[in-house]
Design a protein around this ligand. Sequence first.
Ligand SMILES: Cc1cc2nc3c(=O)[nH]c(=O)nc-3n(C[C@H](O)[C@H](O)[C@H](O)COP(=O)(O)O)c2cc1C
Length: 458
Amino acid sequence: MSSGDLKSFIHLLEQADQLVRISTVVDPHLELACIVDRVSKGAGRGRGLLFETVLGSALPVAVNLFGSLERVGWALGTTDLEGMARQFAADLQATGEGDGERAMRVLSGKNEWQPVVVSNPVCRTVNHSRRGLKVLPPITAWPGDGGPYLTMTQIYSRHPDGGMLNCGMYRIQCHGSHTATIRCRPGSGAASHLAAWHARGMAMPVAVAIGGPPILNWAAAAPLPNDVEETAFCGYLQGRPLAMSNCQTSDLQVPASADIVIEGVIEPGVMRSEGPFGNHTGSYDVEASAPVFQVQSVHARQDAICPWTLVGPPPMENIQLARVTARLFLPLVRMVLPTLRGLHMPGEGIFHRAALVTVDPAEQRPLTEVARLLWDTLLLKGARLLVVGADDHDPHDPSAVFWRVLNRADWQRDLLIENGQMAIDARRLPAGEPVRCDPGMLAKVLARWHEYGLDGSD
Ligand SMILES: Cc1cc2nc3c(=O)[nH]c(=O)nc-3n(C[C@H](O)[C@H](O)[C@H](O)COP(=O)(O)O)c2cc1C
């Protein structure tokens, strides 16, 4: 199971009754997003949607394709995510590296997973450079948004000294046919490349791919180590190298099967106002200055489809992408904290902002040490809330976690606030024996259950 491009992924979803085609004309200004919001919250069985007729755009728009754990698994080429995670854990161990990030580097650095560069890629069949961004559907999600945005992006950049190709998912606001802004947070791969180019007074080449191999949509949003190339890691995960194509205006590469490829530059010091942008926090990011992306060329496949994702109050598609990341990267956290048992990153925290973990009783180190180890991992470095519990409950059960925290944590002793992040130690088991039914009595009650007239209520 592996989809080389967006079109075959959509076909796969359709075969599995996981996709609805909408032929009714839909307005990209607020209407499309309003539909997606409802579907993200369960309407239409949460299926993926293909808007075939979007007002003002010749391109169909695909949304919510990654709206379930199962579908993200398919994008990664598997029907067995647990199996994939176990294999990843075993492969990391087999590298012999004690450090997770180094092990990942060794794994994805193998020759067999390096992308293959092909010539005459389908992503360059049609030249839309004259119309530029106007060829794309102008999707505005929320009434207060500053304009149309591209959200399901793969943004490729490289350090001026060469080296690794970074691929990140950052939002792009379209301001005109050849002008956009890219908002990459400080600390992101693109932001650090940008700083290096601009420190030398040079324009940074940027390539944006939209669509193509679905696995890259996951990888672009996943917190990979800076020196692990997303494209090589995807090759490893799906068990075959990705096909890439060289850019026309730079030494960057984009997936050969991408639906749309936008090339351009970010000149030093050229900024403009970006936003407001309705975000996953439930409120708008306010207007702020962002680097201007000057578009030089736009190419597309003959049958291009524009994938897009809605960002806003959860649950949304991004939660499913992040759930897969949390599961796959669990072994990396275990390499740092072998006593880690369970990990849950609740959707309300849009994943990276909260982590509920359980550790086995052998873990006797104080909260300060445990929390710092966890905050030092790529997966959990952004966790504003970290709850460390004992191994007597499932961290995926919020009620169980809340119960333990409220009854076990002593706020004088079990709370750590450091660098704007908070950790709670809920491991301390109460002194008394656990309260449970008498086992003999329970067996008797179960045997007589039908006598009480309570059948069907258990
Ligand atoms: C739907 C979606 C939109 C995102 N938008 C942004 C964004 O606008 N800016 C940003 O810095 N990160 C954004 N992110 C998070 C990054 O994609 C994520 O941090 C990723 O690891 C960045 O890659 P990098 O580590 O190579 O920089 C977004 C993630 C998702 C799922």
